[in-house]
Design a protein around this ligand. Structure first.
Ligand code: SF4
Ligand code: SF4
Length: 331
């Protein structure tokens, strides 16, 4: 099965996603004040991902070890033995084997200390619409709307199309944040209901896309071209990651690519930040997090890319932001 076939595995396409959050008053996910819907599930594996809780489509459990008092209520209730007691000499330790965890959430329900938290909520489409449209007055006043993000919204194309359609029926501005790794016909259906596509480009190197991100870059770039050619509004997001895509050669490749479009494309440069590290710890994945201990980049660290894009005709603050603060007019 090819990577794209795997991505479009029917078992996921027809499924409702779980949700990690519906975030109100977001200012970095499109114009104006926005509500951002985070779906849980993504076919890509960016090793720097700062929302690791959105990668798996399944329920996961956050474990706040500093809150745990060792009462073992979770051990008694756990049906799979994922949570168990281990003894070392005279001392007992609570252990959590995530490979055995079914995500049933019983340990969350019995923990009186708040040391366990379910990640991934079940919501119906109507519940998502109700929650996402609650701030409609703020959208009207600020020129904002709803952003469907994740995870990867197009990992669940049928849901994303239905949600965008329902929001558009309410005359709400709809943005979709995506890696563009999806069969084109889903984008084609979605275009009618979406005002802005925020598309991540991870690198211009097909080999890095394939080997590191686990994704066919030809699909990504073909979709971006088709979106732009069909007059959809596209805003490119460039996550800049130390040691992965922050050399002069990488920057030149971005500028060369962006210069190929006849219409001007706005760009958000997103310097790497380390805020996600704590999330890896709560999910029990800190040991495999490749950017553990790597410092956040500052805006100054990407100034060369800003200058190169400016030389190619894009205006900082107008067509280029650093950090994606487009809701309040760029930074
Ligand atoms: S129930 Fe909560 S506080 Fe008690 S051992 Fe389990 S995680 Fe720790
Ligand atoms: S979610 Fe269920 S299976 Fe997983 S540790 Fe908690 S009680 Fe056990």
């Amino acid at each position: 099965m090819s990577v794209l076939e795997k991505h479009n595995d029917l078992s996921l396409i027809n499924k409702m996603p779980l949700f990690t959050n519906i975030q109100h008053f977001s200012l970095q996910d499109g114009p104006g004040i926005r509500t951002t819907v985070f779906v849980k599930g993504c076919p890509l594996r960016c090793p720097w991902c700062h929302n690791p809780e959105t990668q798996s489509p399944k329920v996961e459990i956050n474990y706040f070890i500093d809150k745990c008092i060792g009462c073992a209520r979770c051990v008694e209730i756990c049906p799979t033995g994922a949570t168990h007691v281990e003894y070392h000499n005279e001392d007992a330790f609570i252990r959590f084997d995530r490979n055995k965890c079914s995500g049933c959430g019983r340990c969350v329900d019995v923990c009186l200390e708040g040391a366990r938290e379910r990640v991934g909520n079940n919501l119906t489409l109507d519940e998502v619409v109700r929650e996402a449209t609650a701030d409609i007055l703020f959208f009207i006043k600020s020129g904002g709307g709803v952003t469907i993000s994740g995870g990867e919204p197009l990992f669940f194309p049928e849901f994303t199309i239905e949600l965008a359609k329902k929001l558009k029926q309410e005359y709400i501005h709809v943005a979709v944040e995506t890696s563009a790794f999806c069969q084109w016909h889903y984008f084609d259906e979605l275009r009618e209901f979406v005002d802005l596509f925020l598309v991540d480009i991870k690198t211009m190197d097909p080999g890095k896309y394939r080997d590191v991100i686990k994704c066919d870059s030809e699909v990504v770039f073909t979709n971006i071209k088709k979106l732009v050619d069909s007059s959809s509004a596209v805003r490119i997001r460039l996550p800049i990651v130390p040691g992965f895509n922050n050399t002069k050669k990488d920057y030149e490749a971005y500028v060369k690519y962006l210069s190929t479009f006849k219409t001007r494309i706005d760009v958000d440069i997103l310097p790497f930040h380390s805020y996600g590290e704590n999330k890896y710890q709560l999910l029990g994945r800190l040991d495999s997090y490749k950017y553990r201990g790597v410092n956040s980049m500052s805006n100054n660290d990407v100034i060369d890319l800003v200058k190169m894009l400016a030389s190619a005709g894009l205006q900082p603050g107008l067509n280029i932001t650093v950090g994606g603060v487009i809701g309040v007019g760029g930074s």
